[in-house]
Design a protein around this ligand. Structure first.
Ligand SMILES: NC(=O)c1ccc[n+]([C@@H]2O[C@H](COP(=O)([O-])OP(=O)(O)OC[C@H]3O[C@@H](n4cnc5c(N)ncnc54)[C@H](O)[C@@H]3O)[C@@H](O)[C@H]2O)c1
Length: 420
């Protein structure tokens, strides 16, 4: 059995973790390497505990009882109550401390994206995970989307050759910035939170035989907060990679959390990637289904829903289920933990741990480029707030691993000295 602790019990818990734990009540995970392994939600730590208390009161029968910790000592109490693995789903600037404490306590850890906000934090978590013999992984569900798996397969097989450029757009509704995230949004931006989905897709699908070269960004303010304030409405990020043949590839990633709430798809997501011999265009929600229900779309039900990510179904064989790649990717983490702790085919736990740590789709040691871009982005936006827009961050140049250059200034600002 894997007893799981959940740190953070908000929107994403409800979307993707809850279905995993609710299914785990009746159906254990299974693989031939481990046999059946049950996964249960044993404890929750959150700021107020109110949402978890509501869930405990209303979902009897679909869950096993769990301990509900809240307040300043909640995380420490959760770590002392006998959990084996911990999922961190707090706001993105609160991942590091929670993940660090869990790893030091010897727990396997799954962190929501973005894993952490700078490379020093990533170095520390990677070092501690190795020292304490546990997995430290990050959730990037877009890698499990069948369309993205095919994109990567075609690229890795050489059908799509040499990516040159691309754009990705992910636009969230105003209700996210104005309601859902209102408690922690001050000083934050939508790119750190959602551009990482596409940063990882690009880095993982078209790498690893290329080098991240530089990052630039700009954005808009004035709706979520004051026009000269710290909080961003929308961000346009550009990242440039260099192929081994010295040709460059550039990607523009546009994000927002101020799209109108009645936008038909709720979250608008599309991509285009251009290759020497091909173009790949994809729309996250326009996959064929278009639905209109009087008085229920586009609010409660979506006009162009993406049931591949996450959907509730009446299965042909009569069961009710909730599934999709957003849920599958969480289950995968528990299968990896089960393999480490209960695998019978490989000899030693250390070998099984090494095997699972080598999975670059989710191991935090393989998250360096994404975290580097996030760190650079945050620094560029902070300089813009301070009255210096238009900075560029150069990666692995002569002055250091991550170095910020301001327009008109010859003085570099080293953000990270080591190699990215
Ligand atoms: N994979 C995805 O598509 C996806 C979607 C949404 C959010 N996320 C990620 O999930 C994380 C949480 O997002 P959300 O939408 O659930 O946010 P949310 O605001 O709905 O919930 C945040 C939760 O964290 C808790 N929390 C805040 N500070 C805490 C602290 N110091 N200690 C313990 N608990 C604390 C709050 O009580 C709340 O339960 C973020 O990192 C976000 O990037 C991922």
């Amino acid at each position: 059995m894997i007893r799981c602790g959940m740190i953070g019990f908000g929107m994403i818990f409800d979307d993707t973790y809850r279905p995993v734990f609710e299914a785990g009540v009746s159906v254990p995970l299974y693989s031939s390497a481990t046999g059946p392994v049950a996964v249960t939600l044993a404890a929750v730590a959150s700021r107020t505990g109110a949402r978890a208390a509501r869930y405990l009161a209303t979902h009897a029968g679909r869950r096993v009882p769990f301990k509900n910790f809240s307040g300043p000592n909640a995380i420490a109490e959760l770590l002392e109550c006998g959990v084996d693995a911990v999922c961190v789903a707090t706001p993105d600037d609160r991942h590091f401390e929670a993940a660090r404490a869990a790893i030091v306590a010897g727990k396997h850890v799954l962190i929501e994206k973005p894993s952490v906000l700078d490379l020093r934090q990533l170095d520390e978590l990677s070092r501690l995970a190795a020292e304490h013999g546990v997995l430290a992984k990050v959730v990037y569900h877009k890698l499990a989307d069948p369309d993205h798996k095919k994109l990567r397969t075609l690229y890795q097989d050489g059908v799509l050759s040499h990516v040159n450029s691309g754009y990705c757009s992910l636009l969230e509704p105003k209700s996210i910035s104005g309601g859902q995230f209102a408690e922690w949004i001050a000083g934050r931006n939508p790119a750190t939170y959602v551009a990482v989905h596409y940063l990882k897709l690009i880095d993982f699908s078209f790498g690893p035989n290329w080098a991240l070269d530089r990052i630039s960004a700009t954005g808009q303010r004035g709706l979520v907060g004051p026009a000269d304030g710290l909080t961003w409405d929308s961000v346009q990020l550009q990242v440039v990679y260099r192929h081994p043949d010295a040709r460059e590839a550039a990607f523009d990633i546009h994000t927002s959390w101020v799209t109108p709430d009645n936008f038909p798809g709720f979250v608008e997501q599309e991509v285009q990637f251009r290759f020497d011999n091909a173009v790949w265009s994809a729309h996250q929600r326009k996959r064929g289904v278009e639905l209109t229900v009087e008085n229920r779309t586009p609010g409660e039900l979506k006009n162009t829903p993406n049931y591949h990510y996450n959907g509730t179904f009446l299965e042909p064989w009569g069961e009710r289920s909730q599934r999709g790649y957003g849920i599958e990717v969480i289950e995968r983490f528990f299968k990896e933990v089960a393999f480490v702790e209960y695998g019978v085919l490989a000899d030693a736990r250390a070998d099984r741990l090494a095997q699972m740590r080598s999975l670059t789709y989710n191991d935090i040691t393989a998250d360096r480029n994404c975290v580097a871009i996030v760190q650079a982005l945050e620094a560029i936006l902070a300089r813009a707030v301070a009255g210096v827009p238009g900075c560029v961050v150069k990666v692995n140049g002569p002055a250091g691993g991550l170095v910020l250059y301001e327009p008109g200034s010859a003085e570099p600002l080293v953000l990270y000295e080591g190699r990215v």
